[in-house]
Design a binder for this molecule. Structure first.
Ligand code: PEP
Ligand code: MG
Length: 871
């Protein structure tokens, strides 16, 4: 049997899979000489085996635990279960390979019982000892037996009320009486608290193993793509007591500011307290800088260890520490969770400081984070007018409006009804996770920047204002008093996570200006990138956004989007309903003038960047009105009978429009529409050429399945273009006619198509639809069932199916390049902007990906990462 327990001296940081993140870190810190309380780690393998068969504990693990605790007694010169010498008390903590803050269980102060508490009281002080014991009883009940903490809080509050004093002023007898009541609570639930320390330890280890599978841990894993079969390690460690006296304390400190990335210690500590007091946000902590005055020696030591840790791990650290009677212990360190803004600044600063290089900086930033940097903020003018309600800590940036809810359950319920909600709570706890996920923003009245709400919200990229002391929340009444205003559940507020301000009512949002640090990182990324990133855009606003985000061009301009303005759709309808040739020609001429101006503005906006214009794609009935009133109106406008329009609508109606009369099929049956579009493109390019801008138009034909479809259309279009040159007395200039590859058959005959096409662009939306036979418009009706039942872990319209659709693409690229080695090939379906799909697209050798403008920055980073990871 493999080794099940490692002392901290035996472990290594590279053993995260076996020892969990926390265990590997404790071992690493011990080995670089930091003052870590001694202990040992039970492996994730032991957890997995225990979860498979609980007998594993007694049969295999128990004897190893007993040996490890004896070793720990020797190392610490303390005793775990005898009355001799100093008392050894231990903490038992979960620690998985990937950090899952607060999702699993922990028990502190293990080893106390009715006798040993007296000894601890004699060695330290009465209140401290009984406080530890009382907390142990409460935690043990919660973790081992699932008895809620609140039951015990009620007993504590009752005792304080009856005795008219706070628990810290209780006498020994009063403490003991309270502890007896806690024990009675166990009995009333048919449980008991074991007096034997080793029994406590065994039960605690088993409970922590089991907490791997508690519902909130599962939700967290789903949310963060953490596999469910990794198991958690268990760390058993000597307790040190931050609540020993006024020279003791505990804190959580980041080596840099996790919200902004500023290079300064950032965090909080509480004198005379245990770690859970800081994390739970129950007492308001002091900023770490004030420790310099309170406990200057410990502060100096802390500064030194923080530096050692940062340079050792080459990243910003999030350090938990405890001071016991003046002596500093480092309990935990990990790479600090931070906002997207801080991630960027820390990575860039570390390059400037020479700690990491540019490649490491690029690889360190997740493309997902970029979304947070380019998301909207409140419109400044509207913000000025909005009534300010209160201000708290700016815990996680962003801006959001929504209806107030006071519980996670209500958040979920309202979300299911399609409402946008803001979760307002005194403080959040891990049980709230599902409600937090569906909220637009999270607001708490208690707790600091390292409280649960703040840490989790930052991780999720959800806007959060924490510790907003101006709010008086009544969960029972479902109200929150903000100064003079009393708000009720359902009232709309707006939350600014970057300033900490709360406002009354809804505030419109605008897009953040492109951040300087982001530009710097992305310019490095561009230097390493191989794949180009273009954008899909056709409106001038979208084209400008694409350029602002440094798209290398426009990979797809969908022309159908240009026919939906009121005037235009009327002409389109006139064309579709025309009974005489002259009517349809008149409508086409009108459409031509619209399109000419469109293309002129579009080409002018993108300048010398490539712009691929796709000819009309959707079926014609999409342009016709469906309901009676609209048909009547149209009939009046066009001076036609409603009956004729109804007839035409009926004629055009298709059983499977996605498989029907669309794309190039439309071009073949009604070539005049494609000819009109091509004329508009050429005329606008000629106009620009006369103004001094040379453009090489790229015209793309959708939905080609047969080479002869492409041949047919290409012939018509090239001769027509020739006519245009002649008509306009213009010397011919280069242009390209390419095809979308969006049908499985097109992939299979890519060599034939490559012979005719000037370029390819994969339409993965249709290609996925046609390969799976999943309607792209209806997948929402079943994909969640597929995910829940683990039939498909992801939506293939968002992330490329590499095995099926991807295989068709790989085949198409290779066949096409055999015919034309330099054929330009792009991807303009949704997956082109998906960071998870980009490495595959890079591998099969496409030249560019094209995605919606807001996805361009993340895609630029993802293509650089794909390149760096491919070596
Ligand atoms: C595609 O099918 O992937 C594509 C880009 O075209 P559309 O989404 O317009 O059908
Ligand atoms: Mg398509």
């Amino acid at each position: 049997m493999s080794k099940l327990i490692y002392s901290f001296e035996e472990g290594r940081s590279s053993d995260k899979g076996l020892l969990g993140g926390k265990g590997a870190n404790l071992a690493e810190m011990t080995n670089i000489g930091l003052p870590v309380p001694a202990g040992f780690t039970i492996t994730t393998q032991a957890c997995i085996q225990y979860l498979e068969d609980t007998n594993f504990f007694n049969h295999h693990l128990k004897s190893d635990v007993l040996k490890a605790i004896t070793d720990l007694e020797k190392k610490t010169q303390k005793s775990f279960d005898s009355e001799e010498g100093e008392l050894l008390l231990v903490s038992v903590r979960s620690g998985a390979k990937f950090s899952m803050p607060g999702m699993m269980d922990t028990i502190l102060n293990l080893g106390l019982n009715d006798q040993r508490v007296k000894k601890l009281a004699a060695l330290t002080n009465l209140h401290f000892a009984y406080d530890c014991y009382r907390r142990l009883l409460q935690m043990f009940a919660d973790v081992v037996y699932g008895l809620s903490k609140e039951r015990f809080d009620v007993l504590l509050e009752k005792a304080e009320q009856e005795l008219q004093k706070k628990v810290q002023d209780f006498s020994k007898e009063e403490h003991q009486a309270l502890i007896e009541q806690y024990k009675k609570m166990y009995q009333s639930c048919h449980q008991h608290f074991p007096q034997e320390p080793k029994e406590q330890l065994f039960a605690a280890i088993k409970a922590v193993f089991a907490s791997w599978n508690n519902p909130r841990a599962k939700v967290y894993r789903n949310l963060n793509d953490i596999p469910h079969d990794l198991g958690t390690a268990v760390n058993v460690q000597m307790m040190v007591f931050g609540n020993s006296d006024e020279h003791s304390g505990t804190g959580v400190v980041f080596t840099r500011n996790p919200a902004t990335g500023e290079h300064q210690l950032f965090g909080e500590f509480l004198l005379n307290a245990q770690g859970e007091d800081v994390v739970a946000g129950i007492r308001t902590p002091e900023p770490i800088q004030s420790l310099a005055h309170t406990l200057p020696d410990a502060f100096r030591d802390f500064q030194e260890y923080a530096k050692i840790l940062e340079s050792h791990y080459k990243d910003m650290q999030d350090i938990e520490f405890t001071i016991e009677r003046g002596k500093l212990f480092i309990l935990q360190t990990r790479n600090g969770k931070r906002t997207a803004k801080a991630s960027l600044k820390v990575a860039l600063d570390m390059v400037d400081e020479g700690v990491i290089n540019k490649k490491e900086a690029i690889l360190r930033i997740s493309p997902k984070l970029i979304d947070q940097l380019i998301h909207p903020i409140f419109d400044e003018e509207a913000l000025q007018k909005a009534p300010l309600l209160a201000t708290g800590l700016p815990a996680s940036p962003g801006a959001a409006s929504g209806e107030i809810v006071f519980t996670a359950e209500q958040a979920k319920r309202q979300h299911e009804l399609g409402k946008k909600v803001i979760l307002v709570r005194q403080e959040t706890s891990p049980e709230d996770i599902e409600g937090m996920v569906v909220s637009q923003a999270i607001v708490t009245s208690h707790g600091g920047m390292t409280s649960h709400a703040a840490v989790v919200a930052r991780g999720m990229g959800t806007c959060c204002v924490a510790g907003c002391g101006d709010l008086a929340i009544s969960e029972e009444q479902k109200t929150v008093q903000c100064g003079k205003r009393l708000l009720h559940e359902g009232d709309v507020i707006s939350v600014d996570g970057s300033t900490g301000n709360l406002y009354l009512g809804q505030i419109p949002t605008v897009v953040v200006e492109n951040d300087h640090n982001l530009q710097r990182l992305l310019s490095w990324a561009d230097d390493f990138a191989h794949l180009q990133v273009r954008a899909n855009a056709e409106t001038i606003q979208d084209l400008e956004t694409a350029i602002k985000f440094s798209a290398k061009g426009i990979g797809l301009a969908r022309t159908e989007h240009m026919f939906f303005g009121q005037e235009r759709i009327l002409e389109m309808r006139r064309l579709i309903l025309a009974e005489k040739e002259e009517d349809s020609q008149a409508a086409l001429r009108k459409l031509l003038t619209f399109q000419e101006e469109d293309f002129y503005q579009m080409f002018k906006t993108v300048g010398d960047r490539p712009l691929v214009v796709r000819l009309l794609d959707p079926p014609m009935h999409e342009f016709l009105p469906q309901d009676k009133a609209e048909i009547e109106q149209l009939a009046q406008k066009l001076n036609k009978s409603p009956h004729l329009i109804e007839q035409r609508v009926a004629q055009l109606l298709e059983t499977n429009p996605m498989l029907g009369h669309r794309g190039c099929r439309l071009g073949i049956t009604q070539p005049d529409i494609y000819k009109m579009q091509v004329e508009a493109i050429l005329t606008s390019v000629i106009r620009l050429a006369k103004e001094g801008l040379q453009v090489k138009p790229e015209i793309m034909i959708p939905l080609i399945a047969e080479k002869s479809e492409l041949d047919y259309l290409k012939d018509i279009l090239t001769s027509y273009i020739q006519e245009i040159f002649e008509k306009q007395e213009m010397a011919p200039f280069p242009y390209e006619i390419g095809t979308m590859i969006e049908l499985p058959r097109a992939c299979l005959i890519a060599d034939q198509l490559a012979a005719e096409a000037d370029f390819f662009s994969f339409g993965t939306n249709d290609l996925t639809q046609m390969t799976y036979g999943f309607s792209r418009d209806d997948i929402g009706k079943f994909i969640n069932h597929y995910k829940d039942k683990e039939i498909m872990p992801y939506d293939p319209f968002q992330t490329l199916d590499q095995y099926g659709v991807g295989e068709l693409m790989r085949l198409a690229v290779s066949k096409a390049r055999q015919v034309k080695p330099n054929l330009a090939i792009g991807v303009c379906g949704e997956v082109g902007g998906d960071p998870a799909s980009i490495p595959f697209l890079q591998k099969i050798g496409v030249d560019y990906v094209s995605c919606s403008p807001y996805r361009v920055p993340a895609a630029r980073l993802a293509v650089a990462q794909a390149e760096l990871n491919s070596h």
